[in-house]
Ligand binder design. Structure first.
Ligand code: ADP
Length: 498
């Protein structure tokens, strides 16, 4: 009888493996960083072989730490950095080029050309996405157009495309399975999220042969079995989901209107919208949520570019703190930010403002402003920016958010979480186990192998959580929000009147 499920968490900077038991508890984990390549300004690449070797080594390490064998694993789940694009030779298994990472901007001109020809509406309608170089489509096209001989080989059916999940499944099964899941497919900008198929018109638009594309299945599904030589036995690969959707699932956001926010370098906010495909009027994207059903749920997604990164800025550039946790100590030293607002628009403003020229701005500084106020205002900006996205989601989905599930590095900050609850007027819940991304993949793998009976059983395994309950006076809340809105408007005014 297998006692565990194994989750592979293949992120942008490291590969991790976490093993969970039947109670959803972490019993072992291992992590390995890998190299980032920046061949030109704005270009970001990974070596697909390093992704694979680092992932393979942490799998072995995590299992060895508890003396577990393949037979002890009921299933294996994969969660991954999304959109990152790999193209390899079907016969030799050799990648034809490095992985082009989601952050890479090299294909922006391809997107400009396509949107210039008036295709934005079609892309939005079919894929739920706002056309951008971020998604896989233009990255595949770039490889086919720029790697000598690649286009001819692709047309001859000799090349395969995959996001990182697909690459790992292919390697784990020694080339027997070429597949992905709905959530990853929905980030390629080639997948029709309503019809649930690769879209022939978009494939033509980006000039991509359909033979390169993986088969698409629900996130919870038995994709195949790990090869004996690789894992010492055949573990069912039974759950696959892109990182943000895996976190939504790992937070048990199973119902329509459930929302999670991951506070990392940036913040990623997803709302489950059930079977409804909602087109945002506020610049959010529509994407497929993870699940085990043939007919998936959908989600609205919005992100804040600078969240925890603002705290890194306080530490590394402002040198006001020595480490991220200290931000809470200083901020607690004052009872408010005393009218100071920091708008950390270092790289422009995302949803719902979408102003790529906005710059970081600071308002309301008086002679009485101390470092404590400044730090507090910076922390508060993370909550304000997230709240702006929540409001956009509520408006688009026409549901009120009653509770917010949180995770990610900066969710450890109690002061920030309490302020988030106060400013949003909803309860904020932080699980005891903040490994929600890996947990989501483990839940999916556990459900499709019968290790977990159903979603109710999963909910019961959820660890003790911390709860932050709003108790701010409504007049105060409105006053603070009005100040924030004024600060954002002023930051945009500054940018637009150069
Ligand atoms: P990522 O996955 O994007 O690397 P993590 O989830 O590891 O991010 O979170 C790291 C981020 O969280 C950093 O930007 C850091 O500044 C921020 N952070 C970590 N601890 C705290 C804290 N106690 N208070 C505020 N921010 C924090």
């Amino acid at each position: 009888m297998a006692d565990f499920v194994m989750a592979l968490d293949q992120g942008t900077t490291s590969s991790r493996c976490i093993i969970f038991d039947k109670n959803g508890r972490v019993v072992s984990s291992a992590q390995k960083e890998f190299e980032q390549y920046y061949p030109k300004p704005g270009w970001v690449e990974h070596n697909p072989k390093e992704i694979w070797s680092s992932q393979l080594s942490v799998m072995a390490e995590a299992a060895a730490l508890i003396g577990a064998k393949a037979d002890d694993m009921a299933g294996l789940g994969i969660t991954n950095q999304r959109e990152t694009t790999i193209v390899w030779d079907k016969n030799t298994g050799e990648p034809v080029y490095n992985a082009i990472v989601w952050q890479c901007r090299r294909t922006a001109p391809i997107i400009d050309e396509i949107t210039g020809r008036g295709y934005s509406g079609l892309i939005r309608e079919r894929t739920g996405l706002v056309p951008d170089a971020y998604f896989s489509a233009s990255k595949i096209k770039w490889i086919l157009d720029n790697v000598p001989g690649a286009r001819k080989k692709a047309e001859d059916g000799e090349l395969l495309f995959g996001t990182v999940d697909t690459w790992l499944i292919w390697k784990l099964t020694k080339g027997r399975v070429h597949a992905t899941d709905y959530t990853n497919a929905s980030r390629t900008m080639l997948y029709d999220i309503k019809a649930l198929k690769w879209d022939p018109e978009l494939l033509q638009l980006f000039d991509i042969p359909e033979s390169m594309l993986p088969k698409v299945y629900p996130s919870g599904h038995i994709y195949g079995y790990t090869d004996e030589d690789i894992a010492g036995g055949g573990i069912p690969i039974a759950g696959v989901a892109g990182d943000q959707q895996a976190a939504l699932f790992g937070q048990c956001c199973f119902e329509k209107g459930d929302v999670k926010n991951t506070y990392g370098t940036g913040s990623f906010i997803l709302m489950n919208t059930g079977g409804d495909v909602i087109t945002s009027k506020n610049g959010l994207v529509t994407t497929i949520a993870a699940g085990c059903e043939e007919k998936p749920d959908y989600a609205l997604e919005g992100s804040v570019f600078v969240a925890g990164a603002a705290i890194q800025w306080l530490r590394d550039s402002m040198r006001m703190i020595n480490n991220a946790a200290q931000s809470q100590d200083y901020a607690s030293g004052v009872s408010s930010s005393n009218g100071v607002y920091v708008v950390p628009a270092f790289t422009g403003l995302g949803a719902p403002y979408w102003n790529q020229y906005a710059l970081g701005s600071i308002f309301g500084v008086t002679r009485g402003c101390k470092k404590e106020h400044f730090i507090r205002a910076t922390l508060e900006s993370i909550a304000y920016q997230s709240y702006d996205v929540f409001r956009a989601m509520e408006e688009d989905a026409k549901v009120g958010i009653k509770e917010l599930k949180v995770d990610g590095g900066a969710s450890a900050n109690d002061l920030l979480m309490k302020f988030q609850a106060d400013i949003s007027g909803c309860t904020v819940r932080r699980p005891g186990c903040i490994e929600t991304t890996a947990l989501g993949a483990a839940y999916l793998a556990g459900l499709s192998t019968g290790f977990f009976k159903d979603r109710d059983e999963i909910k019961n395994t959820m660890s003790e959580s911390s709860e932050f309950i709003p108790d701010m006076d409504e007049t105060e809340r409105r006053k603070l929000l009005a100040g924030w809105n004024r600060a954002v408007k002023a930051a945009i005014f500054w940018a637009n009147n150069e």
